[in-house]
Ligand binder design. Sequence first.
Ligand code: SAH
Length: 371
Amino acid sequence: MSPLAKILRESIAQDGPMPLDTFMAVALGHSRHGYYMTRDPFGAAGDFVTAPEISQMFGELIGLWAAETWARLGAPPRILLVELGPGRGTLMSDALRAARVSNAFCAALEVHLVETSPVLTQAQKSALAQAAVPVHWHTSLESLPEGPAIFLANEFFDALPVRHYVKTPEGWRQRLVGLNAQGALAFGLASETEPRLDAQAPDGSVLELSPAAQLIASQIATRVAGGESAALVIDYGYVASGFGETLQALKQHRPVDPLSEPGQVDLTAHVDFSSLARAAHAAGADVLGPVTQGEFLTRLGIAQRAEALKRKATPEQAQALDVARARLVSDRFSAGGSQASVAGMGTLFKALAIVPRGTPVLPGFAGGDGS
Ligand code: SAH
């Protein structure tokens, strides 16, 4: 049994079953045994791979996006570039390298990273040791300084806890994590129904909500609505809210039972982009998109970037660049030769910008010349 399974069983035995989002918050964020607190989960040897770890092109294009966004926000003389959940710091490091095309942007830049994991904070410190701009760390948005800001969040929102409500003949009941007859962690339902939930749906339907994601979207949007700021959210998820559950647990790239080995497996849920957009609108901001990651990166010029890198590459490196680009922008891609095609990130992943009201458009979000 994982150390956290023992702690959770004791807590439930004492205080009763807990909501799913409480379980997820403990499994991922427990200060000693939480999944993100104890490890670097990325890469072939880890549990999952993210876009910045697939290719430097991803972070570079986002760096160029940030420089152009800063210019369209009126080029404020000081801009915070804030990244939420920066992982190994790869995206930021690639973004800062690409941003050097604009001296004025670099002169205005102050980087702020919001990260709860001590292990990943360390990795970010090494990745950004040579950064030519000041870098600061925070464990939550609350300690960020005031002022114009560009927020970046890649595969951050999917790591935030979700709640489930299940439709029963009596009404909606919250899904809880409790103990079965053998004392092991098991799903159950609250005995009380939720009087405030009155959505019509067949019995057995599941409503998945993330109050944590809505809160953070609303905090960011409140700053954005104040002007001279914007946010870019990229994640896997869906465009229209509906019924259904997407909680998934991964260990070494394979799905596992979400209640098995809490703290040792990654837990995520697909991001509900329409709920982020609603939170943004409610805070007085506007949104652009969501568009698919494939459209977004293509409009930002990933094909041209790949060609430029290929000019200086060996044939093996050139092939790797083509595979990486296909993986980032396509639905399916093949690693080449006789390899079968596998799922890519192009359509499942989406990009959404949160912008001040009346912002016409930003790079990546419109067709044609991408402007
Ligand atoms: N953006 C990175 C990492 C994605 S994994 C990439 O694309 O590679 C999720 C990241 O969010 C990790 O860095 C994790 O430690 C961080 N994280 C998870 N929950 C968090 C929270 N509540 N506050 C801040 N960071 C969090």
